[in-house]
Design a protein around this ligand. Structure first.
Ligand code: MRU
Length: 341
Protein backbone atom coordinates (compact mmCIF):
# COMPACT_ATOMS: atom_id res chain seq x y z
CA UNK A 1 0.00 0.00 0.00
CA UNK A 2 1.22 3.50 -0.83
CA UNK A 3 2.72 5.61 2.01
CA UNK A 4 0.80 8.88 1.75
CA UNK A 5 2.45 10.65 4.67
CA UNK A 6 5.20 9.65 7.06
CA UNK A 7 7.32 11.14 9.81
CA UNK A 8 10.96 10.39 8.99
CA UNK A 9 13.99 11.86 10.83
CA UNK A 10 12.04 14.80 12.22
CA UNK A 11 10.59 15.71 8.84
CA UNK A 12 7.23 15.08 7.15
CA UNK A 13 7.50 13.08 3.94
CA UNK A 14 4.55 13.01 1.53
CA UNK A 15 3.98 11.45 -1.85
CA UNK A 16 3.54 14.37 -4.28
CA UNK A 17 -0.08 14.00 -5.43
CA UNK A 18 0.27 16.79 -7.97
CA UNK A 19 2.76 14.61 -9.89
CA UNK A 20 0.85 11.31 -9.84
CA UNK A 21 0.33 9.18 -11.83
CA UNK A 22 3.14 10.13 -14.19
CA UNK A 23 5.80 10.49 -11.49
CA UNK A 24 6.03 8.83 -8.07
CA UNK A 25 8.06 11.38 -6.14
CA UNK A 26 8.17 12.37 -2.48
CA UNK A 27 8.34 15.80 -0.90
CA UNK A 28 10.13 16.36 2.41
CA UNK A 29 8.79 19.17 4.63
CA UNK A 30 11.22 20.29 7.32
CA UNK A 31 9.20 23.26 8.63
CA UNK A 32 5.55 23.84 9.47
CA UNK A 33 5.42 26.49 6.76
CA UNK A 34 6.41 23.85 4.20
CA UNK A 35 3.65 21.56 5.47
CA UNK A 36 1.14 24.43 5.17
CA UNK A 37 2.29 25.08 1.60
CA UNK A 38 1.99 21.36 0.75
CA UNK A 39 -1.62 21.36 1.97
CA UNK A 40 -2.48 24.59 0.11
CA UNK A 41 -0.83 23.39 -3.13
CA UNK A 42 -2.52 19.97 -2.83
CA UNK A 43 0.70 17.98 -2.69
CA UNK A 44 -1.34 16.28 0.03
CA UNK A 45 -5.14 16.41 -0.14
CA UNK A 46 -8.23 14.52 1.02
CA UNK A 47 -9.84 15.40 4.35
CA UNK A 48 -8.25 12.79 6.68
CA UNK A 49 -4.80 13.15 5.07
CA UNK A 50 -5.02 16.93 5.48
CA UNK A 51 -5.78 16.33 9.18
CA UNK A 52 -2.74 14.08 9.62
CA UNK A 53 -0.54 16.60 7.78
CA UNK A 54 -1.80 19.43 10.01
CA UNK A 55 -1.09 17.44 13.20
CA UNK A 56 2.42 16.69 11.95
CA UNK A 57 2.82 20.33 10.91
CA UNK A 58 2.02 21.51 14.44
CA UNK A 59 4.46 18.94 15.87
CA UNK A 60 7.17 20.07 13.44
CA UNK A 61 6.55 23.70 14.37
CA UNK A 62 6.85 23.00 18.10
CA UNK A 63 9.95 20.86 17.52
CA UNK A 64 11.78 23.75 15.88
CA UNK A 65 10.34 26.61 17.96
CA UNK A 66 12.59 28.58 20.30
CA UNK A 67 11.80 28.31 23.99
CA UNK A 68 10.89 31.99 24.40
CA UNK A 69 7.20 32.81 24.21
CA UNK A 70 6.27 29.34 22.97
CA UNK A 71 2.54 29.99 23.48
CA UNK A 72 2.56 32.77 20.91
CA UNK A 73 4.58 30.68 18.47
CA UNK A 74 2.13 27.79 18.80
CA UNK A 75 -0.72 30.21 18.04
CA UNK A 76 1.07 31.32 14.86
CA UNK A 77 1.84 27.74 13.80
CA UNK A 78 -1.80 26.69 14.27
CA UNK A 79 -3.19 29.81 12.56
CA UNK A 80 -0.89 29.30 9.55
CA UNK A 81 -1.97 25.68 9.13
CA UNK A 82 -5.65 26.53 9.68
CA UNK A 83 -5.54 29.12 6.87
CA UNK A 84 -4.63 26.56 4.18
CA UNK A 85 -7.98 25.08 3.10
CA UNK A 86 -11.43 25.92 4.52
CA UNK A 87 -13.78 23.01 3.79
CA UNK A 88 -12.35 19.79 5.26
CA UNK A 89 -13.16 19.96 8.96
CA UNK A 90 -10.51 17.32 9.72
CA UNK A 91 -7.92 20.09 9.36
CA UNK A 92 -9.44 22.06 12.25
CA UNK A 93 -10.17 18.90 14.24
CA UNK A 94 -6.49 17.89 14.11
CA UNK A 95 -5.22 21.35 14.97
CA UNK A 96 -7.61 21.54 17.95
CA UNK A 97 -6.45 18.14 19.14
CA UNK A 98 -2.81 19.28 19.05
CA UNK A 99 -3.72 22.59 20.76
CA UNK A 100 -5.54 20.74 23.55
CA UNK A 101 -2.53 18.51 24.18
CA UNK A 102 -0.22 21.53 24.21
CA UNK A 103 -2.44 23.28 26.74
CA UNK A 104 -2.43 20.17 28.96
CA UNK A 105 1.39 20.20 28.99
CA UNK A 106 1.64 23.61 30.66
CA UNK A 107 4.59 23.57 33.06
CA UNK A 108 6.26 20.53 31.47
CA UNK A 109 9.92 20.72 30.42
CA UNK A 110 10.38 21.91 26.79
CA UNK A 111 11.92 18.61 25.71
CA UNK A 112 8.92 16.76 27.15
CA UNK A 113 6.49 19.10 25.32
CA UNK A 114 8.27 18.47 22.02
CA UNK A 115 8.33 14.70 22.54
CA UNK A 116 4.65 14.50 23.46
CA UNK A 117 3.55 16.68 20.52
CA UNK A 118 5.44 14.49 18.02
CA UNK A 119 4.01 11.34 19.65
CA UNK A 120 0.50 12.74 19.34
CA UNK A 121 0.92 13.55 15.65
CA UNK A 122 2.16 10.00 15.01
CA UNK A 123 -0.87 8.71 16.93
CA UNK A 124 -3.24 10.74 14.70
CA UNK A 125 -1.66 8.98 11.70
CA UNK A 126 -1.84 5.49 13.20
CA UNK A 127 -5.41 6.00 14.38
CA UNK A 128 -6.44 7.18 10.92
CA UNK A 129 -5.28 3.92 9.34
CA UNK A 130 -7.13 1.87 11.99
CA UNK A 131 -10.28 4.01 11.56
CA UNK A 132 -10.25 3.46 7.79
CA UNK A 133 -10.03 -0.30 8.35
CA UNK A 134 -13.05 -0.09 10.68
CA UNK A 135 -15.00 2.00 8.14
CA UNK A 136 -14.18 -0.68 5.59
CA UNK A 137 -15.42 -3.44 7.88
CA UNK A 138 -18.68 -1.58 8.55
CA UNK A 139 -19.23 -0.71 4.89
CA UNK A 140 -18.31 -4.00 3.20
CA UNK A 141 -21.70 -5.69 3.85
CA UNK A 142 -23.46 -2.81 2.04
CA UNK A 143 -21.61 -3.41 -1.22
CA UNK A 144 -23.56 -5.72 -3.56
CA UNK A 145 -21.67 -8.74 -4.89
CA UNK A 146 -20.92 -9.04 -8.62
CA UNK A 147 -21.70 -5.37 -9.24
CA UNK A 148 -19.84 -2.17 -10.07
CA UNK A 149 -19.23 0.53 -7.45
CA UNK A 150 -19.16 4.10 -8.69
CA UNK A 151 -16.96 6.60 -6.85
CA UNK A 152 -16.17 10.27 -7.28
CA UNK A 153 -12.87 12.05 -6.54
CA UNK A 154 -10.30 10.15 -4.45
CA UNK A 155 -11.28 8.96 -1.00
CA UNK A 156 -8.60 6.31 -0.91
CA UNK A 157 -5.26 5.56 0.69
CA UNK A 158 -3.96 8.78 -0.87
CA UNK A 159 -6.67 10.83 0.87
CA UNK A 160 -5.96 9.28 4.29
CA UNK A 161 -2.95 7.89 6.13
CA UNK A 162 -3.72 4.59 4.38
CA UNK A 163 -6.47 2.22 3.12
CA UNK A 164 -9.01 4.97 2.47
CA UNK A 165 -12.63 5.65 3.41
CA UNK A 166 -14.76 5.08 0.27
CA UNK A 167 -12.01 3.01 -1.35
CA UNK A 168 -11.49 1.31 2.03
CA UNK A 169 -15.11 0.09 1.84
CA UNK A 170 -14.40 -1.28 -1.66
CA UNK A 171 -11.13 -2.88 -0.49
CA UNK A 172 -12.88 -4.48 2.49
CA UNK A 173 -15.73 -5.78 0.31
CA UNK A 174 -13.18 -7.46 -1.96
CA UNK A 175 -11.21 -8.80 1.06
CA UNK A 176 -14.48 -10.30 2.34
CA UNK A 177 -14.73 -12.33 -0.87
CA UNK A 178 -17.02 -10.19 -3.00
CA UNK A 179 -16.43 -9.64 -6.71
CA UNK A 180 -16.47 -5.91 -7.25
CA UNK A 181 -15.16 -3.60 -9.90
CA UNK A 182 -14.98 0.18 -9.80
CA UNK A 183 -16.10 3.01 -12.05
CA UNK A 184 -14.08 6.13 -11.24
CA UNK A 185 -15.38 9.55 -12.24
CA UNK A 186 -12.43 11.53 -13.61
CA UNK A 187 -13.39 14.44 -11.29
CA UNK A 188 -12.88 17.67 -13.20
CA UNK A 189 -11.18 20.02 -12.79
CA UNK A 190 -8.37 18.62 -10.63
CA UNK A 191 -8.77 15.05 -11.93
CA UNK A 192 -8.38 13.25 -8.59
CA UNK A 193 -10.39 10.35 -10.00
CA UNK A 194 -8.38 9.92 -13.20
CA UNK A 195 -5.00 10.64 -11.68
CA UNK A 196 -5.25 9.25 -8.14
CA UNK A 197 -8.15 6.79 -7.74
CA UNK A 198 -7.31 4.87 -10.90
CA UNK A 199 -3.61 4.84 -9.97
CA UNK A 200 -4.06 3.54 -6.43
CA UNK A 201 -6.67 0.92 -7.39
CA UNK A 202 -4.38 -0.32 -10.15
CA UNK A 203 -1.60 -0.72 -7.56
CA UNK A 204 -3.97 -3.11 -5.73
CA UNK A 205 -5.10 -4.85 -8.95
CA UNK A 206 -8.72 -3.80 -8.37
CA UNK A 207 -10.47 -3.69 -11.77
CA UNK A 208 -11.19 -0.04 -12.48
CA UNK A 209 -12.80 1.78 -15.38
CA UNK A 210 -12.35 5.51 -15.86
CA UNK A 211 -15.36 7.55 -16.99
CA UNK A 212 -15.77 11.29 -17.43
CA UNK A 213 -18.07 12.94 -14.86
CA UNK A 214 -20.86 13.49 -17.37
CA UNK A 215 -21.10 9.74 -18.07
CA UNK A 216 -22.22 8.90 -14.52
CA UNK A 217 -25.95 9.30 -15.29
CA UNK A 218 -25.70 7.01 -18.29
CA UNK A 219 -24.17 4.21 -16.24
CA UNK A 220 -26.39 4.73 -13.17
CA UNK A 221 -29.39 4.23 -15.46
CA UNK A 222 -27.89 1.08 -17.01
CA UNK A 223 -28.43 -1.17 -13.97
CA UNK A 224 -24.73 -2.02 -13.84
CA UNK A 225 -23.90 0.14 -10.82
CA UNK A 226 -24.74 -1.62 -7.52
CA UNK A 227 -24.01 1.36 -5.30
CA UNK A 228 -22.14 4.66 -5.11
CA UNK A 229 -19.57 5.20 -2.35
CA UNK A 230 -17.89 8.57 -1.84
CA UNK A 231 -15.93 10.30 0.93
CA UNK A 232 -16.73 13.57 2.69
CA UNK A 233 -14.99 16.75 3.73
CA UNK A 234 -17.56 17.85 6.28
CA UNK A 235 -20.91 16.47 7.40
CA UNK A 236 -23.44 18.74 9.11
CA UNK A 237 -25.74 17.71 11.98
CA UNK A 238 -28.66 17.07 9.61
CA UNK A 239 -26.57 14.71 7.42
CA UNK A 240 -25.86 17.13 4.57
CA UNK A 241 -22.49 16.17 3.07
CA UNK A 242 -19.83 18.43 1.60
CA UNK A 243 -17.59 16.53 -0.79
CA UNK A 244 -15.75 17.12 -4.05
CA UNK A 245 -17.77 19.20 -6.51
CA UNK A 246 -19.85 16.91 -8.70
CA UNK A 247 -20.86 14.63 -5.82
CA UNK A 248 -24.30 16.26 -5.61
CA UNK A 249 -25.07 15.51 -9.26
CA UNK A 250 -24.06 11.87 -8.76
CA UNK A 251 -26.28 11.61 -5.65
CA UNK A 252 -29.34 12.99 -7.45
CA UNK A 253 -28.78 10.66 -10.40
CA UNK A 254 -28.31 7.72 -8.02
CA UNK A 255 -31.63 8.42 -6.27
CA UNK A 256 -33.44 8.86 -9.59
CA UNK A 257 -32.20 5.40 -10.61
CA UNK A 258 -32.73 3.68 -7.22
CA UNK A 259 -29.00 3.12 -6.69
CA UNK A 260 -27.91 3.38 -3.02
CA UNK A 261 -25.61 6.34 -2.37
CA UNK A 262 -23.25 5.85 0.60
CA UNK A 263 -20.85 8.28 2.23
CA UNK A 264 -17.83 6.84 4.07
CA UNK A 265 -16.10 9.11 6.57
CA UNK A 266 -14.46 9.10 9.99
CA UNK A 267 -16.22 10.65 12.99
CA UNK A 268 -13.68 13.51 12.76
CA UNK A 269 -15.45 14.62 9.54
CA UNK A 270 -18.69 15.30 11.45
CA UNK A 271 -19.30 18.94 12.29
CA UNK A 272 -22.37 18.85 14.49
CA UNK A 273 -21.93 22.54 15.31
CA UNK A 274 -23.46 23.21 11.88
CA UNK A 275 -27.19 22.63 11.61
CA UNK A 276 -27.14 22.07 7.87
CA UNK A 277 -24.81 22.00 4.90
CA UNK A 278 -25.72 25.61 4.06
CA UNK A 279 -23.20 26.77 6.67
CA UNK A 280 -20.27 24.73 5.31
CA UNK A 281 -17.60 27.03 3.83
CA UNK A 282 -16.88 26.10 0.22
CA UNK A 283 -13.36 26.64 -1.06
CA UNK A 284 -13.11 28.60 -4.30
CA UNK A 285 -10.05 27.74 -6.34
CA UNK A 286 -8.09 29.36 -9.18
CA UNK A 287 -9.76 29.91 -12.57
CA UNK A 288 -6.78 28.34 -14.32
CA UNK A 289 -7.80 24.90 -13.01
CA UNK A 290 -10.91 25.21 -15.21
CA UNK A 291 -9.51 27.05 -18.22
CA UNK A 292 -6.34 24.92 -18.47
CA UNK A 293 -5.61 21.19 -18.47
CA UNK A 294 -2.03 20.21 -17.63
CA UNK A 295 -0.93 23.79 -18.31
CA UNK A 296 -2.60 23.93 -21.71
CA UNK A 297 -5.25 26.59 -22.23
CA UNK A 298 -8.66 25.18 -23.25
CA UNK A 299 -10.94 28.25 -23.01
CA UNK A 300 -10.65 31.72 -24.58
CA UNK A 301 -8.42 34.16 -22.73
CA UNK A 302 -10.45 36.23 -20.26
CA UNK A 303 -13.28 33.65 -19.87
CA UNK A 304 -15.34 34.21 -16.71
CA UNK A 305 -14.94 31.15 -14.47
CA UNK A 306 -16.44 29.72 -11.30
CA UNK A 307 -14.45 27.03 -9.52
CA UNK A 308 -16.01 25.84 -6.26
CA UNK A 309 -13.95 22.85 -5.08
CA UNK A 310 -16.84 21.22 -3.19
CA UNK A 311 -20.62 20.95 -3.25
CA UNK A 312 -23.16 19.95 -0.64
CA UNK A 313 -25.36 16.90 -1.10
CA UNK A 314 -28.59 17.22 0.89
CA UNK A 315 -29.11 14.40 3.40
CA UNK A 316 -32.23 13.15 1.58
CA UNK A 317 -30.00 11.70 -1.15
CA UNK A 318 -27.73 9.85 1.30
CA UNK A 319 -28.64 6.19 1.92
CA UNK A 320 -26.19 5.83 4.80
CA UNK A 321 -23.09 7.39 6.38
CA UNK A 322 -20.47 4.72 7.08
CA UNK A 323 -18.20 5.57 10.02
CA UNK A 324 -15.78 3.63 12.22
CA UNK A 325 -18.52 3.44 14.85
CA UNK A 326 -21.23 2.09 12.59
CA UNK A 327 -23.56 3.15 9.79
CA UNK A 328 -25.81 6.17 10.40
CA UNK A 329 -29.19 6.24 8.64
CA UNK A 330 -31.88 8.92 8.38
CA UNK A 331 -32.99 10.74 10.45
CA UNK A 332 -29.37 11.86 10.71
CA UNK A 333 -29.93 14.43 13.47
CA UNK A 334 -30.46 11.46 15.80
CA UNK A 335 -28.20 8.80 14.31
CA UNK A 336 -25.13 11.06 13.95
CA UNK A 337 -25.50 12.43 17.48
CA UNK A 338 -25.74 8.87 18.79
CA UNK A 339 -22.56 7.84 16.94
CA UNK A 340 -20.73 10.93 18.19
CA UNK A 341 -21.51 9.80 21.74
O1 MRU B 1 -9.80 18.81 -2.98
P1 MRU B 1 -9.50 17.47 -2.39
O2 MRU B 1 -8.77 16.57 -3.34
O3 MRU B 1 -8.81 17.58 -1.05
O4 MRU B 1 -10.93 16.83 -2.15
C1 MRU B 1 -11.02 15.54 -1.64
C2 MRU B 1 -12.40 15.04 -1.49
O5 MRU B 1 -13.35 15.72 -1.79
C3 MRU B 1 -12.55 13.69 -0.85
O6 MRU B 1 -13.65 13.01 -1.37
C4 MRU B 1 -12.76 13.89 0.66
O7 MRU B 1 -11.76 14.69 1.19
C5 MRU B 1 -12.77 12.60 1.39
S1 MRU B 1 -11.19 11.84 1.43
C6 MRU B 1 -11.27 10.41 2.33
Amino acid sequence: MVETIQWIDDAVVMIDQTKLPLEETYVTCRTYEEVARAIRDMIIRGAPAIGVAAAMGVALGVLHAGERDLDRQVETICATLAATRPTAVNLFWAIDRMKRLYASLRGAAPAEVRRRMVEEALRVREEDIAICREIGRNGAPLVPDHKTVLTHCNAGALATAGYGTALGVIRAAIESGKTVDVFADETRPFLQGARLTVWELQQDHIPTTLITDNMAGHFLKSGRIGCVVVGADRIAANGDVANKVGTYSVAVLAKENNVPFFVAAPISTLDLTLESGDAIPIEQRAAAEVTHVYGRQMAPTGTAVQNPAFDVTPARYVSGIITERGVARAPYEESLRKLMG
